[in-house]
Structures are given as C-alpha cells and as structure tokens.
Design a protein around this ligand. Structure first.
Ligand code: AMP
Length: 393
C-alpha cells in the first residue's frame, strides 16, 4: 500500500512516498518557494535527483505536479493508487494525544489551534486542503508534533504564571518534535524488547531533549513554543524574558522584531558569528576560533544541563540516545556531551563514536553507567505508519 507522508510549510511542501507494511521509501522530494518567484522542485528516485524549475502559484500546483510526476515516473498509474496521505501538523494543543483520521471536525479543531501556532498550523492546513481538493476520496491522517508529550504531568507542563492564562488561553508547555521522540522510543522498544528509561536528544537545526519512561514522554525541553530549551541553530533556547523589553528600548525595535531576532538570528548563528550550521561551527572550533569554542561549549553545556535534570526526574536513566542532523552526524558534539557526564560514570567508546553517519549504533563503553546510542530518526516513516494503521482499522 502506497502512503504519502507530507510536511507542508508556508512556502514549501516535502513528501515521501512509502510502501507499507514493507516500510520501503519509493520516492521523496521537496517543492520550494511556492507562491514566490523562483519556485522549483526536486524529486529523488532510484538514486537520482531530478531538479526542475516550475511556476508554483500555490500548494495545489505542487500537489498536482507531485502526483503527475509519480505517473510520469511510472510509480503509479492513477491517483487512486495513493492509499492514504499522512500530514505533519505542528500543533494539536491538548486536544490530540495521538494521530487521527482527518475529517471536517479535525480541520475545525486545527483551525481553532492557529493562535497557538500562527506560522505552522495555517501552512499545514493549506497542505491538507490542497490534497483534499485533488484527492477527495483518499483518507488522510493528521500526525501532531505535540501529541507524544501529552502524557506529561501537570507539574511538568504548567508554568508559574497566572493560572487563568492556562485555563482561558491554554498557556502551558506543549513540547514539539513528538513524532521524532516517539519514533526513537518505539525503535528502542523494538531493539530492547522492553521499555527502558531513555533521555532522547533530538538535536538538529531545531533541538529538544525528551525524558521517556514506559514509552511515554514525561518531560521535554521545548515549551509553549519551539523557542524554549537547548541552544539551536538560530533559536536562543531558554533565556530571561526580562531582556526583551530592554532590547526593544535599546534598539528601538518592536516586540515582533525582537522575537524574530530570538527565533532567526540567535542560537549558534549568533554565538559563533559565523553560521547556524554545526559543520561550519565545528570546523572553526577545530581551528581554535574563540567564539566558536565558546558557542560549542555553551551548546554542549545546555544539553548536559537537561540530561542531568532529566536523569533526576527519571530517578536514573538506562539509555541516552542521539538523533537528528547533529545527533546522528557529529562525533564531536556527542563526545563533548558524554565527556561532561563522566562524573556520572557515563563513558564513551571513542572508536564506536567515530565516523558514524546516520547509523544505529551503541557508542558507550562496556562499563558505562548509562548506555549511549545513536538512533537515526525517521519522522516521515512514523507519519506513514500512523496513516497506514489508522486507515486499516
Ligand atoms: P536537521 O534539522 O535534523 O535536518 O539537522 C540539520 C543540521 O544538522 C544542520 O544544520 C547541521 O548543523 C547538522 N549536521 C548535518 N550533518 C552534520 C555533520 N556531519 N556534522 C555536524 N553537524 C551536522
């Protein structure tokens, strides 16, 4: 059965077509600059990458080209061969604790949640509507980034702010990257045959740490929005909110402008003064660039802070897992994190840690108090699996 896994952004649409239950990726691609000049798309199929420039007025144009390309490539002979479409949705509020089949009520609920994710949910909805117009009879499923964290205790998700903000407006920690954290949790369960206490470090351009117990999220570093927690590529992570009005007055900026700075011009990009891409910052770190040394040390320290905090919350941890772009590919960051945990008797197997590129592997020494693994994430597969399971039930 062919399932499309879709991630629609405001001007982009990423897709992966997966055969299930075999879990085989058939084709994937990205449509970019939708609705703006210079739009193009790339399709990866059979080890080849096809790139084409094409006017994409809106997401519907992208969906049409996507499906016609599948026919042209002889992957399908008609649209009906797409058995289901799974959509990544950023925010499911406290309404959605798991993935759901999309119907009019779900669309209405997701619309209601727009104030909680004003940039993401509308773009995700455009994706849903575009597919709905072109594939009106194909079942579709919503997979929420927040859903996995709905198992957190109240003590973990409440903020110490006026209680009415929570009651009236839903001000609380939601957490994100849930689809990835859940994928890692399930992958570890598959590997171990039982649930263990896990601290998962999803560190990519965006980053969050999650404490997992009995296969459930009990704490996570992102909060009401994805700006909170560890230091990211361009996001600041945890800061003192008091600096916001101060910078507004110093720089004569609006609140929105300062928020843009905190989301887009902060994190590793700001600390390094060089780049948001960890590869560039690591290269400069190796060349002993003082700002990049400080940037990487701060980045690592913040991850360690969360690991230590979650180790206390879990009352001991069995596994620390690393995933996403940095977690899967950066020997240096993993090594620096683990070395800072030496006081807890966490030990690295340096050889096993070297040169892993997105491979599932144990990287801790045999006598490490906590086992450390690299577990490549696969959010697209998770979305496709949820879709497959829901439409076959
Ligand atoms: P993601 O958001 O999960 O796609 O991760 C993207 C980020 O992973 C990039 O911005 C890089 O900072 C980082 N990354 C990818 N490959 C490497 C690598 N070989 N070494 C260090 N960081 C990497």
């Amino acid at each position: 059965m062919k399932i499309l896994s879709v991630n629609a952004g405001s001007s982009s649409l990423k897709f992966t077509l997966i055969e299930l239950p075999e879990q085989e990726v058939i084709v994937s691609g990205t449509f970019e600059k939708i609705g703006i000049s210079g739009s193009f798309y790339t399709i990866k199929y059979n080890g080849e990458k096809i790139k084409k420039e094409s006017e994409l007025k809106d997401h519907k144009d992208a969906v049409k080209i996507l499906l016609d390309s599948l026919i042209e490539l002889k992957i399908i002979s008609s649209y009906d061969e797409i058995s289901g479409v799974g959509h990544r949705l950023v925010h499911g509020g406290d309404k959605y604790t798991e993935s759901v089949v999309i119907d009019d009520d779900v669309i209405k609920e997701v619309e209601k949640l727009i104030p909680l994710a004003p940039l993401h949910n509308p773009a995700n909805l455009v994706g849903i509507r575009s597919f709905k117009e072109i594939l009106p009879n194909t079942p579709m499923v919503a997979v929420f980034d927040t859903a996995f964290h709905q198992t957190m205790d109240k003590e973990e998700y409440l903020y110490a702010v006026p209680y009415s903000w929570y009651e009236k407006y839903g001000v609380r920690r939601y957490g994100f990257h849930g689809t990835s954290h859940r994928y890692i949790s399930e992958k570890m369960f598959e590997y171990l045959g039982e649930h263990k206490k896990i601290i998962n470090c999803h560190i990519g351009n965006g980053a969050s740490i999650c404490a997992i117990k009995d296969g459930k999220s009990i704490a996570t570093s992102m909060g009401f929005t994805p700006i909170a927690g560890v230091i990211m590529g361009t996001r600041c992570g945890d800061i003192d909110l008091g600096l916001i009005p101060y910078v507004m007055s110093c720089e004569n900026k609006t609140f929105e402008e300062v928020m843009t700075d905190l989301n887009k011009n902060s994190g590793m990009a700001a600390l390094s003064g060089l780049s948001s891409d960890m590869r560039d910052v690591e290269d400069a770190y190796m060349q002993k660039d003082p700002r990049c040394i400080t940037a990487i040390n701060m980045y690592v320290k913040k991850i360690v802070d969360y690991i230590v905090m979650y180790n206390a919350l879990l009352e001991g941890t069995d596994y620390i897992t690393f995933t996403a772009g940095v977690g899967e590919n950066s020997d240096i960051i993993r090594e620096l994190v683990i070395k800072r945990l030496a006081f807890m008797n966490v030990k690295l197997n340096e050889e096993a840690n070297t040169g892993l590129r997105g491979k599932f592997a144990q990287i801790s020494a045999g006598d490490s108090s906590i086992k450390v693994m690299v577990v490549p994430t696969d959010e697209e597969l998770m979305i496709a699996k949820d879709t497959y399971n829901l439409i076959n039930n």
